[in-house]
Design a protein. Structure first.
Length: 254
């Protein structure tokens, strides 16, 4: 009789633990988001980065070393139809340089040069910012959403590249669970190595919510931070002639 009571007592003690474990397992399952719902979250997050059609962006690339700002490079980004974009450096040591993105191909036009040079999307422009970073990635067009989970810091969206030639093969993106504003991201190379991490800066309360800067940290080499400032974004229809690699030497900032 005593043995039965002891066994019953042990079971009674274990029941709350088993119930808690079962509850935790249920929470884990519930944390997975259906992909159609997560796709809507991704679309909302992308809207905070700016217009999805043609626009002109006035920005700056800032290099920060040991917590101190060392260099500031102003640039203009012209984003056209069919995922074509042109970066024109408008001041600083890189003034006059131009980077064109067209059909996943990149060209660099140097001041005084008659012909544009083919470069890779990971070609560094300034600090840790690459041509692919500045020309902007389109999360919805370039990447396939493969998984989504809710976490304590927000919603994690796992993105896989749809094609070869993109700057990064995989992106892990965290967005706010309240309004889907992008919070941070991790960028991975085809080898599986993490290349960079990013943090997205939200506009002040006086403005309509949008991403006003992206802070990039190189995870492979230096620990310096490069900040892409998105100062002014203006929707604007842009002519196709601006995105011709054979005519880059004649294109000027708007």
């Amino acid at each position: 009789m005593t043995q039965k009571l002891n066994t019953f007592s042990r079971l009674t003690t274990l029941i709350p633990t088993l119930l808690l474990l079962g509850s935790a397992l249920n929470v884990s399952v519930a944390a997975e988001l259906p992909l159609p719902q997560a796709q809507q979250y991704l679309a909302t997050a992308e809207q905070f980065r700016g217009p999805q059609q043609s626009f002109v962006l006035q920005g700056r690339i800032e290099t920060i070393k040991a917590g101190r700002s060392e260099k500031m490079q102003p640039y203009q980004l012209l984003s056209g139809e069919d995922r074509k974009s042109l970066v024109i450096f408008t001041g600083g040591t890189s003034q006059g340089q131009k980077v064109l993105l067209q059909d996943q191909q990149f060209w660099l036009q140097l001041p005084g040069s008659r012909r544009a040079l083919r470069i890779t999307p990971l070609q560094k422009l300034m600090g840790e910012a690459s041509s692919g970073d500045v020309a902007t990635l389109n999360w919805q067009q370039d990447y396939q959403l493969v998984a989504a989970d809710t976490q304590s810091e927000g919603i994690q969206l796992s993105l896989q590249a749809k094609r070869e030639g993109l700057s990064y093969q995989r992106i892990e993106l965290w967005v706010s669970s309240t309004d889907q504003f992008p919070l941070r991201a991790e960028f991975y190379l085809p080898s599986g190595k993490q290349a960079k991490s990013a943090r997205f800066v939200r506009s002040s309360n006086s403005e309509a919510p949008r991403v006003v800067a992206m802070e990039l940290l190189d995870r492979m080499q230096s620990k310096d931070v490069t900040v892409l400032h998105y100062d002014v974004v203006t929707p604007q229809t842009l002519p196709a002639r601006l995105f011709n690699p054979q005519a880059l030497s004649t294109v000027q900032a708007i």
